[in-house]
Ligand binder design. Structure first.
Ligand code: GDP
Ligand code: MG
Length: 175
């Protein structure tokens, strides 16, 4: 029981973004190190737990993925209200998905103020030659709204762990 005095730290993280940008793929890559070339329509649970250790601090990330409700614009505050962090995902080849991230940022800031840590993620960086969202525009936008910005490929496993760990560090610093 040597560690019983150390409080367990648990953070809720929600994934948000347009359908098909790769939200479920990022979660499955990070938590289970899997990738599936198909759109994943069924999820086993509403969230997956990932235990990590940051500079000796043990913490659990409860990572919430959607069941596709974003397609019907049916994700309400109940989904994100108690979250410590949000991962706002766009697809670098889809300009509309970046606009959707901006809509989410506005809603989250309006509902929750500055309490929530935000990570904006340009996924599918393996499709660089089809890029439609300029790097500078995305990075400038993120810094303007007080979010971090990351590039990932769930497919090639690039930047995924760095992004989740970076968000975990931000949440630790804030809580
Ligand atoms: P969600 O609707 O946002 O949860 O998106 P999914 O995770 O279901 O992924 C949608 C599609 O994008 C699937 O065909 C995935 O295989 C594909 N996908 C996800 N991440 C990547 C990536 O990093 N690179 C590429 N090329 N495809 C990806
Ligand atoms: Mg999904």
């Amino acid at each position: 029981m040597a560690n019983s005095s150390i409080a367990a730290v648990s953070f809720k993280v929600v994934l948000l973004g347009k359908g098909c940008v790769g939200k479920t793929s990022l979660v499955l890559r990070y938590v289970e190190d899997k990738f599936n070339g198909k759109h994943i329509t069924t999820i086993q649970a509403s969230f997956l737990n990932k235990k990590i250790n940051i500079d000796g601090q043990r913490l659990t990330l409860a990572i919430w993925d959607t069941a596709g409700q974003e397609k019907f614009h049916a994700l309400g505050p109940i989904y994100y209200r108690s979250a410590n962090g949000a991962v706002l995902v766009y697809d670098i080849t889809d300009v509309d998905s970046f606009q959707k991230v901006k809509t989410w940022v506005k809603e989250l800031r309006k509902m929750l103020g500055r309490d929530m840590c935000l990570a904006i993620v340009g996924n599918k960086m393996d499709l660089e030659e089809e890029r439609q969202v300029p790097v500078e525009e995305a990075e400038e936008y993120a810094s303007k709204v007080g979010a971090t910005h990351w590039f990932t490929s769930a497919k090639l496993n690039q930047g995924v762990e760095e992004m989740f760990v970076g968000l975990a560090r931000d949440m630790l610093a804030k809580n």
